[in-house]
Ligand binder design. Structure first.
Ligand SMILES: [Zn+2]
Length: 260
């Protein structure tokens, strides 16, 4: 069995009970994404993007038992705005470059473990160059930026508030399964490294030194992270935005006005 979810007008091709929801269906042995999508009634020419377990794949991807498959339509028909533009070669891991207005979203993405470049001094051309050179998805609320010819992968954010933008992206790109919370430095976007308490003890406030035992650090900026109240608050926020990642949260805990 594999779990499928089709988005936007692709639902029109599905049997009514399968529209706008996740559903499970048996997969033939050695079935590919294209085979299954067409077997469910959706012409492959209408499909622009397929994610299997959160990773972008092609039409020839073999499906295995338990796979989660998200299928997105051509974007011209999706909306007047380009939500996401994908070309022949899909990106295997979601990595991002955020435009100058999306600093808070960039931090949320880093918090969830998604490699996200952000610098409010980036100009449009630099963003496009970074995206092309490093295989990154451009995040923006600027349609003109997405029109730059050498941007092949971009996502237009409809939401205005950062936590809602984050939720929008997680939902649209089916990112829940790809999250690695608290693996990146929020400031530098560099991987965090676990560090022994003794190695950092002299740099900790006394209350932290007595109350916590697990620490990680960023080798770029030297910041030390521990599972304090701020950490727990962020973890709860991620869980609230993404019911299912942490089992049992009811999604009621997010506060869209508090994104600092
Ligand atoms: Zn850092």
């Amino acid at each position: 069995m594999a779990t499928f979810r089709f988005y936007e007008e692709l639902n029109d091709f599905l049997a009514p009970e399968r529209r706008q929801r996740e559903f499970e269906t048996p997969c033939a042995r050695a079935a590919t994404t294209k085979h299954m999508i067409e077997a469910l009634g959706v012409p492959h020419t209408e499909v622009e993007l397929i994610l299997v377990n959160g990773e972008s794949v092609g039409f020839e991807c073999p499906l295995a038992d338990g796979d989660r498959v998200a299928v997105y339509p051509k974007f011209e028909a999706l909306d007047v705005t380009p939500l996401l533009r994908v070309r022949a070669r899909p990106l295997r891991t979601p990595r991002f470059v955020a435009d100058a207005h999306l600093g808070a979203l960039a931090r949320l993405l880093r918090m969830a473990g998604f490699d996200t470049l952000y610098d409010n001094r980036y100009r449009d051309g630099e963003i496009a160059d970074l995206a092309a050179a490093e295989g990154r998805i451009v995040l923006t609320r600027d349609r003109e930026l997405l029109k730059l010819r050498h941007i092949t992968h971009g996502c237009y954010l409809h939401a205005l508030v950062p936590v809602q933008q984050f939720a929008e992206l997680v939902h649209r790109l089916d990112l829940v399964g790809s999250m690695r919370p608290f693996s990146l430095c929020l400031e530098c976007n560099r991987p965090l490294r676990a560090v022994a308490k003794a190695a950092v003890a002299d740099r900790l406030p006394p209350s932290v030194r007595t109350g916590h035992d697990r620490f990680s650090t960023c080798d770029a900026c030297g910041r030390i992270y521990w599972e304090g109240s701020h950490w727990r608050r962020m973890r709860d926020r991620l869980a609230a935005l993404t019911p299912g990642i942490d089992g049992g949260t009811d999604g009621a805990g997010s506060d869209p006005t508090d994104h600092g």
